[in-house]
Design a protein around this ligand. Structure first.
Ligand code: ZN
Length: 360
């Protein structure tokens, strides 16, 4: 059979050809007048909101305190609050010892056993003194720097799983159940998790310990995806750190096997990752990735970061964009991200000596 015919038989051929034509309607435009750029941004953001909707109604949060414990330098609360009606989001809330309201960071976990893994709690529930997994306890590290930190459990992980995953293992997810149900009902795991983050911002605004104008977000891997798209949609997030995720869809989730929760209807028909990240500008944005990350190849990460660096420069805000590409695999670093968030959110000083203020 001629080779030409074989390529015409390819299942994904039409999509690749469409991708290669680069006609994505919400791509970052060439612009010389910033007003043009900001008009595009408004359109891209509102289209993304429509694309991922419909969204649940915003009801009363009805927050509950589940447990509270004191630790050196901070108080650890387990709380929950309403996400979609009838649906509660459990979250770790770490409150540094302080009198005044402080900036807060939402710490979004990726795959694994859920939110416990970002606040120094092992799978068996015991507390550790040093980071052990790719999350590097970054929620706890940020709390030790003086941030209020909230780590919501994303739908499909930890406490928010279906029975099949719960009886399988602590780190088995319910991403597939969430994907097929949400797809059939016109939604996606991404949209569900974005709503969880938006409700988490709502919740933080009710806490007297938090300065509501100074809320940031940091997430890795699947949590990096949630971080990117939360920031694209919710302008209350003023400082953003995307770890182990920013890339191109084509070089990462469309070329290397990833969990099914990485996909959402039509995302790539509209724009590539750099375009979505461009909707964050000129808010503070930090990108970190390991140069040996096997599932988000560094070359594509660098190219996307270059597009963003050029954009921030054009906007005269290159002080608000930063990167760290470190010699390691898929994990949190924090070497640049933690001081970046400290500056971006105006955190005055750390409050407690830390056993591991930064990971890496
Ligand atoms: Zn997943």
């Amino acid at each position: 059979m001629p080779e030409k015919m074989e390529s015409e038989y390819r299942a994904i051929g039409p999509f690749i050809r469409r991708y290669d034509r680069d006609q994505r309607p919400y791509r970052l435009p060439d612009w010389s007048d910033p007003a043009h750029f900001y008009r595009w941004q408004v359109k891209a953001r509102s289209h993304l909101k429509r694309r991922l909707g419909p969204w649940p109604p915003r009801t009363s949060l009805k927050p509950r305190l589940i447990s509270r414990s004191k630790h050196p330098g901070y108080v650890h609360e387990l709380v929950d609050y309403i996400g979609a009606p009838g649906d509660r989001i459990p979250a770790h809330l770490l409150l540094p010892d302080a009198q005044e309201a402080r900036p807060a960071v939402i710490a979004v976990h990726g795959h694994g056993y859920g939110a416990d893994d970002v606040v120094g709690i092992r799978e068996d529930g015991s507390r550790r003194q040093e980071p052990e997994t790719y999350h590097r306890d970054f929620g706890l590290a940020l709390c030790r720097l003086g941030f209020v930190v909230i780590a919501p459990e994303m739908a499909g992980f930890g406490r928010r799983r279906e029975m099949a995953a719960i009886t399988d293992s602590r780190s088995a997810s319910s991403c597939k159940d969430l994907f097929i149900w949400s797809l059939m009902m016109g939604s996606s795991p991404l949209a569900v998790r974005l709503w969880d983050v938006m409700r988490t911002v709502d919740y933080l605004a009710t806490r007297p310990e938090v300065s509501p104008e100074r809320i940031g977000i940091m997430g890795i891997s699947g949590g990096g995806m949630v971080t990117l798209f939360s920031a694209a949609l919710d302008q209350r997030l003023s400082a953003i750190c995307i770890s182990g995720y920013l890339n191109t869809f084509r070089s990462s989730v469309l070329s290397i096997e990833h969990c099914i929760c990485n996909y959402a209807h039509g995302l790539l028909a509209d724009a590539e990752m750099a375009d979505y990240a461009a909707t964050i500008a000129p808010r503070w944005l930090c990108v970190e990735s390991g140069i040996q990350d096997p599932i988000f190849p560094i070359d594509a990460t660098r190219k996307t970061a270059e597009i963003l660096a050029t954009l921030y420069q054009k906007l005269g805000r290159d002080d608000r964009f930063s990167t760290e590409f470190f010699d390691d695999v898929h994990r949190i670093s924090g070497r640049v991200a933690y001081p970046f968030l400290t500056q971006a959110l105006g955190l005055k000083s750390g409050l407690a000596p830390s056993s591991h203020p930064r990971s890496g």
